[in-house]
Write a protein that binds this ligand. Structure first.
Ligand code: AMP
Length: 369
């Protein structure tokens, strides 16, 4: 079954969210402000999103009966992570509208399919090659050159499943260590900065982009974002145009994030697309306190069939992620004038685990690393 009629929720209706992490939690909180209920589906009993909803389903994504019961309880289904198993999405989509459309997952779960899709749109990416053996890796290296980045095609996030290959590295060993059957090799991009665009698209095809965000990673994990990005208006317009093109080509409903590199070229700086996230995104957390409408509210509005907002930024905004033991400083952050603290209610901090974030609106504050 497909749902050709557009979704139009009323206050009091229920949104099903697949995934119970902080993104699901912040989506549910935004929905609540608009008078909408959420039911969260997650296999993890300690899901931070469970804390903010009345109804939760704690079951595996392979549990067909649980999926069916969940679908029956809700009016529309969305997700907070891109690795939703295809079989689960299919079962749900037979019962309720799944937004963004589950077919989008096929493109964004596979780095090769994603890069091919972006290239077909005429949008720039790093040079890349499909690699499924050490022999192919050697061939790809001779075409693309070194340094290069090898990434598993599936299930990579926060730098997991990827390695930089440099001159002198042994491709056979790199391939063995990656322990995958399918990967892509990308040329290493000597970027000037990393940026992202958070875009929302409604069922009637309207797109609203937030101001371009500039991102800084530490150990492959996002540490700081600030908006607006320190780039020219023309480049920002180009970046937003790319995100809009991607959202429209996917016939997307909801919020997506497009991560991009800014690189120097003879004609001035240009942008290359690194990755598409079919969901709300960490680099858009500043919108919670730094704009009139957050990325979470935009997503809820889009999947509810409600009009999108026109987000107005309140000033320069910085977002600092509290990662692992950073969470131990939360009391200090609570005393910083102008800082808004968000804690995700997660269990013990582990290295690399996103535990919370802080937003600061106004003159860009000094960074606390
Ligand atoms: P990804 O998992 O693709 O989002 O990559 C995580 C981070 O690794 C990016 O935000 C970049 O900092 C870095 N990275 C990924 N791909 C490349 C590349 N082709 N060239 C240079 N840096 C990269």
């Amino acid at each position: 079954m497909t749902f050709s009629h557009p979704v139009k929720l009323k206050p009091g209706d229920t949104i099903g969210i697949l995934g119970g992490g902080q993104l699901g939690r912040m989506l549910a909180m935004a929905a609540a402000r608009l008078g909408l209920r959420c039911q969260v589906f997650s296999p993890d009993p300690d899901s931070p999103a469970f804390d903010v909803v009345l109804n939760a389903t704690c079951a595996e994504y392979a549990d067909v009966e649980a999926l069916e019961l969940f679908a029956n309880d809700v009016d529309v289904i969305t997700y907070e992570f891109e690795n939703v198993p295809a079989a689960a999405a299919m079962i749900l989509a037979a019962r309720r509208p799944v937004l963004p459309n589950r077919k989008i997952l096929e493109t964004t779960q596979d780095r090769l399919a994603e890069k091919d899709f972006v290239k077909r749109l005429g949008v720039g990416t790093a040079d890349y090659a499909d690699v499924s053996s050490a022999v192919q890796l050697r061939a790809a290296i001779s075409r693309i050159g070194l340094p290069a980045v090898i990434k598993t095609r599936r299930f990579g996030y926060d730098g997991k499943g990827q390695t930089i290959i440099r001159d002198g590295d042994d491709p056979d060993q790199v391939w063995k260590d990656l322990a995958t059957k399918s990967a892509i090799l990308e040329g290493f991009i000597p970027f000037e900065r990393e940026i992202s665009v958070i875009a929302a698209r409604s069922a009637d095809g309207r797109v609203e982009c937030f101001d371009v965000t500039e991102n800084e990673h530490r150990d492959h994990i996002l540490k700081f974002s600030h908006a607006p990005a320190d780039i020219s208006d023309a480049l920002a317009a180009q970046a937003r145009g790319i995100a809009e093109k991607i959202a429209s080509a996917l016939d997307y409903i909801g919020v997506l994030a497009v991560e991009m590199f800014v690189v120097a070229s003879a004609a001035g700086p240009k942008v290359l697309v690194n990755e598409i996230a079919p969901r709300v995104h960490n680099s858009g957390h500043w919108t919670l306190d730094g704009a009139s409408i957050s990325q979470f509210e935009q997503h809820i509005r889009a999947i509810a069939g409600w009009p999108l907002g026109k987000p107005v930024r309140h000033g320069p905004v910085t977002m600092t992620n509290l990662i692992g033991d950073d969470i131990n400083d939360y009391e200090q952050w609570l005393t910083v004038p102008g800082a808004t603290v968000h804690l995700y209610g997660k269990g013990p901090p582990r290295p690399g685990r996103k535990m919370g974030h802080v937003t600061q609106v106004g003159a860009l504050p000094p960074k606390i690393a």
